[in-house]
Design a protein around this ligand. Structure first.
Ligand code: WT7
Length: 665
């Protein structure tokens, strides 16, 4: 974000007070901040009582060996029981858990879909747990899930949780390569997938990527993947081998009786891979008790969730942490009715989301700024055609929401009635950390405002000293929180190094984000300060894409930067130096080939918007690529200070060569 944008932001003086009615009846009021400040541990203990524990904890927090935390020590519980069974036992079995909306239109011209009640969900999860156990999966075994947004994906996650088998969900848009490296890293013995899913009006295959991934895994570690469980969704032709099992064969015939075992509060619940500053994704480990407390409490507090009357829709994919915390674990622990939508916002028409809001009478809606900016581009005539009066609260996540998008969201989608909560958090934090409380906070467009009750954050300088109001610095979390990551899967050292070494003296968690405190001390998030990009709210590592590019035989060297993009926040821009004497495609054709190569190595989301073939890259004398200068080029700016370049003519060379190899689509 440029200095100019920043100072504009900080002069943003619009305020939106909580609606009086919402404030009067809010789940969480101003006293929660006081209560949590007075005694953070008893505050979280009180929130833990939202869950059903088979055995209560003896100690709220064990922080004797930082940064390795234990929450609700000695407590035992089953996450799936808390998300499903207990609602049925409390007499709410007939309540709809999911209004599933498939992408295709049904035969009657209406969207294809079905409602799944909590009682049905309990049966499905129990059957799946029995089927997965029969395939030899026991507590502690890892299961990889690579699925479209269909109910079976959630059933699969909950069935794993029920068995105490940590799942690792890999976004369906990731490549076979990305899937295989995750299977290998966490040692998954079962993969759950589907033949395919519906996207943009067509069946899009998943099983072939799984076959390719499993073959790669087999070459590295023979026998690791014992079975692949396949849901039939599209009916596409699939290759079926010895280890493949159809979901409808294994699950449909299984018993719907399954006794959930209570696991230790610190039993691993899942591993979610996310990009870091190196080429190797990090396996973020979340455990059971603290995570579920954090996800459930924050969902209740930030969305002011009234489970009896609200209809909640989070548009994220279950392949990301947002889907884990705010589709699966938080909302289901809270027993709400949700919308689950399989497809894209513009299929079969650009009003599809708003049609769903109207039809299902959605009251709470949670999406990303990139989606909001896309709808802005398409024009308000589209949402204006639908009745959105059921909405009472809107949420935003994934990247800073610019004031313009915030105001559009609030007025066009929210009819100027609804509060907008801008929620800052990360895969690592597991739960929302910084956000307005809709019944308490007078929100400023563009600011995530303040840490939630029970959360301690600050903005500090390089030495770790808190900056004053009106100043900027680095965002840190100063106290442990229940849903915090416990480590990186199999790599305690990298865990310590990545998050806890920068401010080791103070014991702060370093989030990797820049932030500013305004005159009132409210927080404005400014984006990553490391080599991590944020494209459409998804985290991508510059190094990972650089590695993908240099794995192409024609590429000698590559540098990747995130350049500002009107819709996606940032866009991937790559600079490559070609190997000498290579043959094959040239010019635009080669650029397209390289873009395709990145998509194949990582996934379509990582595909560079632009690839520029250059003769040199700007480097310091110590050989570090000066990404700042490349960003200037990618954003069509006057190139900044070049005095630390080893060869100051390099930027001229790059500028000259640009016209030759620029691609955009
Ligand atoms: C990074 C975390 C949290 C789920 C989705 C992304 C950025 C996230 C906001 C926000 C400004 C935000 C940060 C953060 N981010 N939410 N409301 N305002 N920035 O999860 O992939 O782990 O990425 O997303 O840079 O560090 P993730």
């Amino acid at each position: 974000m440029s200095e100019e944008t920043l100072s504009n932001l900080l002069h943003e003086n619009r305020r939106f007070e909580p609606p009086a009615e919402l404030a009067a009846d809010a789940n969480v009021k101003a006293d929660a901040y006081e209560q949590a400040r007075a005694d953070r541990e008893s505050f979280w203990a009180e929130q833990a009582n939202r869950l059903d524990w088979a055995q209560t904890w003896d100690r709220v927090l064990d922080w004797d060996n930082p940064p390795f935390a234990k929450w609700f020590v000695g407590g035992r519980l089953n996450a799936a029981y808390n998300c499903v069974d207990r609602h049925v036992e409390a007499g709410r079995g007939d309540k709809v858990a999911f209004h599933f909306v498939g992408e295709p239109e049904g035969t009657d011209g209406k969207a294809e879909g079905r409602d799944i009640t909590y009682a049905q969900l309990k049966d499905e999860v129990s059957k799946a747990a029995n089927a997965i156990a029969a395939l030899g999966v026991a507590a502690g075994d890892r299961v990889a899930i690579y699925m479209p947004m269909i109910p079976e994906a959630i059933v699969a996650m909950l069935a794993c949780a029920r068995l105490g088998a940590p799942h690792t969900v890999v976004f369906g848009g990731f490549s076979a390569e990305a899937l295989s490296s995750r299977i290998l890293d966490c040692g998954a013995k079962l993969v759950i997938t589907a033949d395919g899913g519906y996207r943009r009006g067509a069946a899009s295959a998943l099983k072939p990527a799984v076959d390719e991934a499993v073959a790669k895994v087999e070459a590295e570690q023979a026998g690791l993947v014992e079975n692949v469980l396949v849901v039939r969704r599209t009916g596409q032709e699939v290759a079926f081998g010895d280890r493949d099992v159809w979901w409808h064969d294994a699950v449909d015939s299984a018993s719907a009786e399954h006794e959930p075992e209570a696991f230790d509060s610190e039993h691993p619940l899942y591993v979610m891979y996310t990009s870091g500053t190196t080429g190797k994704p990090k396996g973020i480990l979340h455990t059971t008790g603290g995570y579920l407390v954090g996800a459930s409490y924050t969902h209740h507090a930030v969305f002011d969730l009234k489970p009896e009357t609200d209809v909640y829709w989070c548009t994220a994919d279950i392949g990301w942490v947002t889907g884990h915390s705010y589709i699966v674990y938080g909302p289901l622990a809270n027993g709400v009715t949700q919308v689950l939508y399989e497809g894209t916002p513009d299929t079969p028409h650009k009003g599809r989301w708003w049609e769903i809001v109207q039809d299902k009478k959605v009251t709470l809606f949670y999406t990303a700024p990139t989606a909001i900016r896309t709808f802005m581009k398409w024009g308000r005539e589209i949402p204006d055609k639908f009745d959105l009066s059921s909405l009472r609260l809107l949420g935003s996540v994934g990247e800073p929401i610019n004031p313009e998008a915030y105001i559009w969201y609030r007025s066009v989608i929210g009819g100027d009635r609804t509060p907008v909560v801008d929620t800052w958090w990360q895969t690592e934090t597991g739960m929302i950390m910084i956000s307005p409380l809709p019944g308490v906070t007078a929100s400023k467009p563009g600011s995530a405002m303040t840490p939630l009750p029970g959360v301690s954050a600050d903005v500090v300088d390089l030495e770790g000293k808190p900056v004053g109001n009106g100043a900027g610095g680095y965002l840190v979390l100063t106290e442990p929180w229940p849903a915090m990551l416990r480590t990186l899967w199999g790599d305690d050292e990298r865990f310590k190094e990545t998050y806890w070494s920068r401010y080791a003296a103070q014991g702060f968690y370093f989030a990797g984000d820049g932030a500013k405190k305004d005159e009132d001390g409210d927080l404005w998030l400014l984006g990553r300060v490391d080599d991590v990009m944020n494209v459409s709210g998804h985290r991508l590592s510059t190094t990972e894409i650089e590695s993908a590019l240099v794995s192409h035989p024609r590429v000698a060297e590559a540098a990747v930067v995130g350049a500002a993009d009107e819709t996606t926040g940032q866009a991937v821009c790559a600079f490559v130096i070609l190997r000498e004497g290579g043959s094959g495609a040239e010019g635009d054709e080669l650029v397209q080939e390289l873009r395709g190569h990145v998509a194949k190595e990582i996934g379509a989301i990582a595909k560079p918007r632009q690839i520029m073939v250059v003769a040199e890259l700007p480097k310091t004398r110590s050989g570090k690529i000066m990404r700042r200068l490349l960003r200037d080029v990618a954003e069509n700016r006057q190139v900044g200070d070049v005095t630390t370049l080893a060869d100051s003519t390099v930027m001229d060379l790059i500028a000259k060569g640009l016209s030759s190899g620029k691609a955009e689509d």
